[in-house]
Every structure is written in C-alpha cells, then in structure tokens.
Design a protein around this ligand. Structure first.
Ligand code: NAD
Ligand code: LYC
Length: 510
C-alpha cells in the first residue's frame, strides 16, 4: 500500500474531536480547560510523562524540584489579572498558595543591595534611599506602570481578535481601552527615560526587566512591565503549596472533570492539513487524530519548522522570525543543601550580578530561588532546595562526547557555586544533592527548539504590536503559549490560553 493511500485511510477513520491541543504547558492547559468547560470535546497530547512543560517538576532523593522558575504571578484574589486563580476556578479546582513578602533580593554591582518588597511604598522607599536625587522620577516611573495595570485589571481579559469582545469592552471601559492602546506600542525603557536620568538607576530598571523578559528595558513591552511591576504588589508573588507542578496537575484534574482528555507520551510529529486547512495530527507512533480546530502549544519554531513542512512556511511566519529571535536557554543547578547554609533572614528569590556589562552574557546574571523557605515540605527535614540558573546558549553545549559534556557541566557548576559562596558561605561543603541541566536538557525534556526560554525581539520593536495573537494564517490552526501575545511568563501564557479558547469558542459557535 503506498503511503498516500495509507495516510488517507487512517486519517478518515481516525477519532475526531472538537479541539486538539498539542502540548500541556500552562498555555495549552488553560486553552483546553476553558474549552472543555464550555462543552467542547478536547484532547490534549503531551510528549512527556507529566503535564506542565516549563512549569513541571521532578522528584529526586526526597526533593521536589521545579523545572522552571518558582516566582509565580497571577495568583491574586482580586481584580481580573489573576489569571491562574481564574483558570483553575473555571474548572472547579484550586491550589493553596503561600505569600512571598519579597519578590526579589537584588545583589548588584558596587554594593547596590535592595529588596523588592510586596508592599509598594516600602519598595519605593528602599530604592529611593539608594538614589535620593531621583525620588520623583522613581515614583513617576513606577506609578505609570500602575496606570497600565489598572487599565488591564478593570476588564475581562479575552481575545483581542474577537470584534464582539472588543466592542463590548470598549463601551464598558473606554478610558482603560484607550490607555492600553497608548501603551501597546511602547517599551518600558521609553517611559523610564522620560523620568529618570541617573545611569545606574536606568541600569537597575534594565535588570528589573531583564530578569523576566531576558532583554533590557528598551526592548521590554510596557504592557508587560506594567503587569509585572504592579501585580507583584497587588496580587503579590504567591508560591503554590506542593510546588509549581501543582498548577498543571490541578488543571488536568479540572480538564478531566469537565470531560476533556489528556494523553502522555504522545509526541505529535505532524500537523495534518487538507486543502491548506489544519484537520488533525499524527503522532510519532503513526496514530492519527482529527479535530475541527488544532492548537499548538509548541514554540512557533517547532510548530512551523518541525510539525509543518518548513518549505511551506507562511510568509507572515517568515516575517515574524525576522522580528523575533530565540532567547538563550538556561544552565540550571538543582541543589539540595543543608539548611544551616542559609544566613538568617534569607529571602526566597535572588538576582546576583557583579558587573553591569555582563548582565546579558552567559553566566553574567545568576538567578537563585529557594522555594523551601516558603514550602518546607519540598525537601527532607533539615535541608533546602536551591534552584540556581543563568542564561546560556545551546551552541556552547553541542557536538561533544558524553564525557566532555559531563566535565563541562561539572566545571560550570563549580564556577557558579564559587560565586554563590559570597552569599552562602560553606555552600560547597553543605551540598547534599546536585543535578545540572543545560540548554540541551531543556530542549530534550521541554521539546523547545534550542531549549529557548522564548521569543525576544531581534531589534527594538514597537512594544507588543509585533507579537501575533492566536490565529495563524493556516485555517483551523492556532498557537498558544509564549510564542504568542503577550509572551513569556505563566500569567502571560495563561492570558494567551484565555484568548485562544475564547476565539475558538466563537469560531465553533459554542
Ligand atoms: N514564574 C513564571 O512565570 C514561570 C515559571 C515556569 C515557567 N514559566 C514560563 O512558562 C512559559 C511556557 O509556557 P507554554 O505554555 O508556552 O509552554 P511550555 O513550553 O511550558 O509547554 C509546552 C508543552 O508542549 C509539549 N510539547 C512540545 N512539543 C510537543 C509535541 N510535538 N507533541 C506533544 N507535546 C509537545 C512540551 O512537552 C510541553 O509540555 C514560558 O514562558 C516559561 O518561561 C514561567
Ligand atoms: C477596543 C480598543 C480600541 C482597544 C483595545 C485595547 C485592549 C483591550 C488591549 C488589551 C490588552 C491586553 C488584554 C493585554 C494583556 C496583557 C497581559 C495579560 C500581560 C501579561 C504579562 C505578564 C508577564 C509578562 C509576566 C511575566 C513573568 C515572568 C516572565 C516571570 C519570570 C520569572 C522568572 C524568570 C524568575 C526570576 C527568578 C528570580 C529572580 C530568582
């Protein structure tokens, strides 16, 4: 039997759903749960053995490690921007959270040492003590971030590709909409430089952006900065009890209760099209599933270069690839340490940088999270988890023997631990467990092209205007997650999930 015939027969008799979601990252799961709650038949296909993607976890020697970042936005109790709380509630589940009193403790060049307190005034006061001459500029910049946040936090957050919603929201909140229209093409650096002139303070604003957007303030969309710099004081940073993995586990529980299905170890190798329209997927095993709508939670590079034939890449996607590039991946040290290595009063999240010129370089900025300070149950008694990570490129880890790869990991870990000794004296001798992940690890376990953290602008762009929404130029195919508006971050991909499911629900007449 020739392949074409085989494919046609399998495809026409394949199980059919309303919606198939490729990948169970938080973006994919929010889309799936929202649609299942509206009565759609939904199938989620996940290549790994558990859900969550970058928000997954792994257990080793009594420790439960978060795969990705442990600093979670979107778990507030009020307003409309608490999208993780809302996504869980929509399918009648919830996650208990633990409030973090400090978002980040910064350890920056020339002794610039300060904390971003949950209390806004306390944070402004601490920052102003370092830059008294910029008292007014500091307040005006951060207050302007609140303006963005207040516009967003006043309205239901759904698909900007749905004219009915746009009309309704405009009549309900005309000023908030006009406010957002004003900020959509702006970057945080444009606003910061209106009010602030001290070069070191501007560098501080750069790292405030860099530590979540992986680009400096000039390249960071103001809408996203408004969300991050305000929500940390409004809803606050709240850690899910039991670890970040709980969010995905609970969403899956809600998905199944609402009648949706998820399959693990189900790697999609192809998106199937007929007459230019997406109609189904094929797994690596050859199994075919069909659906009225297909959603890809894989990155845009994976979607348009691997799941679809790269030579047929739509023109708009080629243009997008000129505007956005893959950000670096991370080198991650997952450590189990004796509890007494942490000085009294240690905060949960730290950013360490010793030379401003090195901020964007591999191993320049070091991120540290110690989630057991909030939830001690993630480690054996008397021990803590330290997740230490720093940007790193896949090219530095390719084409080497297994032995060289292991040695290189060990050397990198030693260099980083040496730097951390300044803040955690005796760390090296107090290590109980260490696992090192590289960009190759992220690529392998998360299925992300080059292990990338997500798309970043390849040059200065006009804020969020260049970021695509959920529909693609292939009818029937949608994207969700950090390759879509508004980009990286759990709360950001949760928004993308709300928007994607809303657009599909309207398209399917649900
Ligand atoms: N503090 C935070 O805000 C925080 C914490 C952790 C993660 N994150 C962020 O979450 C975002 C990621 O969320 P996301 O939803 O976009 O994606 P994701 O990368 O987390 O999830 C994608 C999922 O799709 C699966 N997948 C990929 N290709 C597949 C295929 N061919 N077949 C089947 N499954 C496939 C992967 O295994 C993964 O589970 C990132 O921006 C990350 O930085 C943020
Ligand atoms: C009608 C008319 C006329 C008009 C209209 C207009 C409108 C309505 C508009 C709208 C818009 C919208 C809705 C928007 C939205 C947005 C959003 C939601 C956003 C969000 C965002 C978020 C974010 C960005 C987040 C992020 C986060 C992150 C990334 C995090 C990360 C973290 C990490 C990395 C960690 C760190 C660590 C340490 C420090 C240790």
């Amino acid at each position: 039997m020739n392949n074409q015939l085989f494919y046609t027969q399998t495809s026409s008799t394949a199980p059919e759903f309303d919606v198939i979601v490729i990948g169970s990252g938080i973006g994919g799961l929010v889309t799936a749960t929202q649609l299942a709650a509206k009565g759609a038949s939904v199938l989620v296909l996940e290549r790994y053995i558990i859900p969550g993607g970058s928000a997954g976890y792994f257990d080793r020697n009594g420790y439960r490690f978060d795969v990705g970042a442990s600093m979670i936005f979107g778990f507030g109790t009020q307003g409309t921007t608490n999208l993780l709380t809302r996504a869980l509630a929509a399918v009648n589940v919830s996650v208990e959270t633990i409030a973090d009193p400090v978002q980040i403790h910064y350890h920056l060049p020339d002794g610039l040492d300060l904390k971003v307190h949950r209390n806004y005034e306390k944070f402004l006061q601490e920052l102003t003590e370092h830059f008294p001459q910029e008292r007014e500029g500091i307040r005006r910049f951060y207050d302007e971030c609140w303006k963005v946040f207040n516009c967003l936090n006043a309205m239901d957050l759904l698909s900007l590709e749905e004219p009915g919603y746009l009309t309704r929201v405009f009549f309900q909140h005309p000023l908030a909409c006009l406010g957002l229209v004003k900020y959509l093409p702006l970057n945080a650096g444009d606003i910061a430089r209106r009010y602030i002139s001290d070069p070191i303070l501007l560098k501080f604003i750069d790292i405030e952006c860099y530590c979540w957007s992986v680009v400096p303030a000039d390249m960071t969309p103001m809408i996203n900065a408004g969300m991050v710099f305000s929500d940390r004081h409004y809803g606050g940073i709240n850690y899910p009890k039991g670890g970040v993995g709980q969010i995905a586990q609970k969403l899956v529980e809600g998905l199944e209760k609402a009648g949706g299905e998820i399959q693990y170890k189900a790697r999609v190798s192809k998106i199937l099209t007929e007459n230019g329209q997406a109609v189904g997927v094929q797994l690596a095993t050859g199994q075919v599933y069909r659906a009225k709508r297909i959603v890809s939670n894989a990155t845009r590079w994976d979607t348009f270069e691997k799941l679809l034939p790269p030579e047929q890449m739509p023109r708009v996607e080629k243009k997008w690839q000129q505007r956005y590039q893959k950000s670096p991946s991370f080198l991650s040290l997952h450590l189990g340490v004796e509890a007494d290595v942490l000085p009294w009063g240690t905060e949960c999240h730290h950013i360490i940088l010793s030379d401003w010129e090195q901020m964007e370089e591999p191993e320049g900025t070091i991120f540290v999270s110690i989630p057991t300070l909030l939830d001690p149950n993630l480690a054996p008694e008397g021990y803590h988890i330290m997740h230490v990570f720093t940007p790193n490129w896949i090219d530095d880890w390719q084409g080497m023997s297994a032995k060289d790869y292991e040695e290189k990991k060990q050397e990198a870990a030693e260099r980083i631990i040496k730097r951390l000794e300044q803040f955690f004296p005796g760390l090296d001798t107090k290590l109980d467990y260490m696992e090192v992940g590289t960009p190759r690890t992220h690529r392998r376990f998360l299925g992300r092209d080059d292990g990338s953290y997500g798309p970043i602008p390849s040059r200065k762009l006009r804020g969020l205007l260049g970021m695509p929404f959920n529909r693609t130029s292939i009818p029937g195919l949608y994207c969700v997650g950090d390759s879509t508006f508004p980009g990286q971050g759990l709360n950001a991909v949760a928004f993308s999930g709300f928007a994607c499911s809303h657009r599909i629900a309207v398209d399917l007449g649900l």
